[in-house]
Design a protein. Sequence first.
Length: 399
Amino acid sequence: MSAELDEYARAAEDWFANNTPAPPDFMLPLTFMEVGTDQQFDFLRHWQRAVYEAGFLGAAWPSAYGGGGLSQAHQDIATAAMRRHHGPIMLNAIGLNWTGPLLLDIGTETHKKKYIKGILSAEDIWCQGFSEPDNGSDLGNAQLRAVRDGDTYVLNGSKIWTTHGHYAKYMILLARTNPDAPNKYAGLSFILTPMKVDGIETRKIRKLTGEHGFTQTFFNDARIPADGLMGAEGDGWKVAMQTLEYERNARGGQAGGYVLSDVDPLEVLQMARDTKRGGKPIIEDPAVRAQLVEFAIEIQALNMGAQRAKIPPLVQDRPHGIPLMSKLAYTEYVRRIHEFATQLQGPKAAYYVDEPNAIDNGKWPRGYMNAFSATIGGGTSQIQRNIIGDHVLGLPKSR
């Protein structure tokens, strides 16, 4: 490590050691998809702004737009320090991880100067307008209409699963600008859309967990500036696919930090030691021990794979293979380990958050129910398997 990086590492370690907040007296979200109360939102917004102002978020983004102007190695060091001190998640996930990298790669100079700093400081929260109620995973069949009228687009339709929609200032929107295009993909456009305009309404969606991280967004003759168009009209599918590459970690450039809480198999190990079944600790069951070892091996393999993906000679045969696989493998890992931890609790798994008899304050049943959102967002696990089979392994689409 160079002297400069070493000094930055010491500064990051010192800052997170002294500034990482203690757990508040209310429930924090496990992922960015569960931010449903103003209390959670304000806490996480303040935290992201503090990390950014200290120089540990957006460190590798250009200083001309509000970033740190440093290297990716600097940001990796800061994120590692944040993890060691168990810092809260970053709030503005869609801005930090998808919109920002996209703007830096293909946005206009005006777009970069207008949006990047607000993304980093959490002043401007972003949401994503891709999925629609009637189309499910068929993203190419999006029907929300955007009709050009001079310097504006007039929007009509709705989007669903718009995480942070009720807090967002902007949306990355996939809209149909040409219903008569020769194919459904050619008629789509990608528009940076302000949310605080007449004709745009969001409604919270209450999940099984009781939380309101998602919304449905309705557009009723909403007029937005046409200068938010990314690329040309009809380029929307191409831009959306690039956006999904950031979401699936197949393309880099994210601002840093993390938007999902880590799951430590050692916590499940401790619960297995403390929980008894038939008068004996569950950890004495050989099947339980074997499964815990498998989880520990699996998370280590995921971590080592992430390191390998950064070394081009080791992945030159399939450079996008590990990132694409990791999204699938990690989200399914999180779901399965929460399911396993919940099963270990037996009847006590029925106790939920803030109930007196709940184990670990009900975090494992809550985490299990919430884990499904990550296996769906950014492409379902089934779609991810198809992508890996087709684009990474080269398998035939059918017999």
